[in-house]
Design a protein around this ligand. Structure first.
Ligand code: TYD
Ligand code: MG
Length: 454
């Protein structure tokens, strides 16, 4: 019999390697590669040796109505799920420890239960008394959620199979322990096996299973990325620890649009929905300051305005600082290079700091013009026109390119009291919604018009 092959797996990104090394070349994480127990290779591995059974094949069309989704009534959560929970789906909710996953999931379970679904919450991390205390503090004590505290996967599966709830929350996948895998809880093998069993159970039984997973920095525990490919929906709960805002983002969704976000605020009484995130993200903005530009963005299907803040200061370093929070660093470098090479605005010898206010993360290329505007405004120490939003993509030639959903962006800006939008000349706009629209063909003409000859 062939010798079983030992595999090494990165606990941060799930990449497999032939041998151990200190750093994963797939994700760049240090000290995250662990040895995984080899898969047992039974007899008859050759396909001819033992024939499988014939599986039934069907056509693509179906007379069955699509499965009814159940909504929790927490609108920010239902939207991220694509309009509610699909029966038999498997959902992963990942996030840093302490960000509020358990709080959100307890609130979600209670909301589903109050909306008439049968909800089970299984915790492997907290004691029953602790959970009941939290539920009391969140004002959820009367919600008909069935609570369990267990880490043995076999017992959890048997319980769920007997109870057959509509939704089951498992908090967290890293605490589960399957007796079929000879490895410690939290290891790649255990996390994979437990997730596989639970996803299979969800498909077979029609129970929607929500798995909570901690994002980990330390290689001893496998992160949620290891199971991302197994589940239907991957949601990440993000936010800065110092800020009270939390964003639930759909990274993958087989039952709805990916990229959708739900915005919450962490309060003393748990997570509160933020129905109008733009107002929240702009709430700390005072008088127009040099270095501040408002970006009219789209997150998923919803327009969201954010403030991009830049600071440019003389540097004492040989290679000046480029500190970027909430934006893609590569994108910012490109815009700086375009400003230097195409518009003749040098940033050499200057430290550059960029930040999205409120702890939001913006990844749309449509933010390019707002980033450039913030950078120029900071460098010239000249505030941008008041009540103005920006959007448009910057190409390497310095030309401004059109972006999608201009009307929705303008509408949201109008709603929040903005009166002017600066956007690319080539941008088609169906209706301006009463906004004054100023156009720029490229960054050079934008710079000239906004900051005079500078
Ligand atoms: P938790 O849901 O336990 O985080 P996770 O499951 O992601 O590890 O949230 C822990 C944090 O949330 C903790 O620092 C306290 C804070 N919190 C509040 O601010 N208000 C609340 O009502 C609750 C329940 C928690
Ligand atoms: Mg928790």
């Amino acid at each position: 019999m062939a010798k079983p092959v030992t595999a090494f797996t990165c606990t941060a990104c799930g990449a497999s390697h032939r041998k151990w090394s200190g750093r994963c070349d797939a994700c760049g994480e240090w000290n995250s590669i662990v040895e995984e127990a080899p898969l047992s290779q039974g007899p008859g591995r050759g396909l001819g040796a033992a024939r499988g059974r014939v599986i039934p094949l069907t056509g693509l069309s179906s007379d069955e109505p699509p499965p009814a989704r159940s909504a929790s009534g927490i609108a920010e959560l239902d939207r991220v799920l694509g309009g509610g929970l699909v029966p038999g789906s498997a959902i992963l909710v990942g996030g840093d420890p302490g960000i509020g996953k358990s709080t959100l999931m307890l609130q979600a379970a209670a909301a589903f239960a109050r909306a008439g679904a049968r909800a089970v919450y299984v915790s492997g991390e907290e004691a029953g008394a602790q959970l009941r205390m939290r539920a009391g503090r969140l004002g959820l004590a009367d919600a008909p959620v069935r609570l369990g505290t267990e880490t043995a996967l076999r017992d959890i599966l048997t319980t769920l199979d007997t109870e057959r709830p509509d939704v089951a929350v498992i908090d967290s996948i890293q605490t589960l322990w399957s007796d079929t895998v000879d490895a410690a809880p939290g290891s790649v093998g255990q996390v994979r096996a437990a997730a596989h069993e639970l996803v299979t159970f969800a498909k077979r039984s029609g129970v929607a299973v929500i798995l909570v997973g901690h994002v980990t920095k330390d290689g001893q525990i496998a992160g949620p990325r290891v199971v991302e490919h197994m589940v239907d929906t991957v949601l990440y709960f993000e936010g800065e620890r110092g800020h009270q805002f939390r964003i639930l983002r759909a990274v993958k969704n087989r039952f709805g649009p990916a990229g959708e976000i739900g915005v919450f605020e962490m309060t003393g009484g748990g997570l509160a929905e933020v129905a109008n995130p733009s107002a929240l993200f702009l709430s700390e903005r005072g008088q127009p300051n040099p270095g501040s530009a408002v970006f009219a963005g789209i997150e998923g299907t919803r327009p969201v305005l954010t403030e991009i803040q830049a600071l440019v200061a003389p540097s004492t370093l040989a290679s000046p600082r480029r500190t970027v929070v909430g934006l893609d660093g590569g994108r910012v470098s490109t815009i700086l290079a375009v400003l230097e090479a195409r518009c003749g605005v040098p940033f050499a010898g200057l430290d550059v700091f960029l930040n999205v206010a409120g702890g939001m993360r913006v990844s749309e290329p449509a933010a390019d013009l707002a980033i450039a505007a913030a950078l120029l405004s900071a460098r010239e120490d000249h505030a941008l026109p008041a009540e103005t939003v920006f959007f448009g993509e910057v190409s390497l030639s310095g030309a401004l390119r059109p972006v999608g959903q201009a009307e929705n962006r303008l509408k949201e800006a109008r709603k929040l009291g903005f009166s002017q939008a600066i956007l690319p000349t080539v941008q088609k706009v169906e209706g301006t919604d009463g906004m004054r629209v100023t156009r720029a063909a490229d960054l050079t003409s934008f710079t000239g018009e906004t900051f005079g000859a500078g």
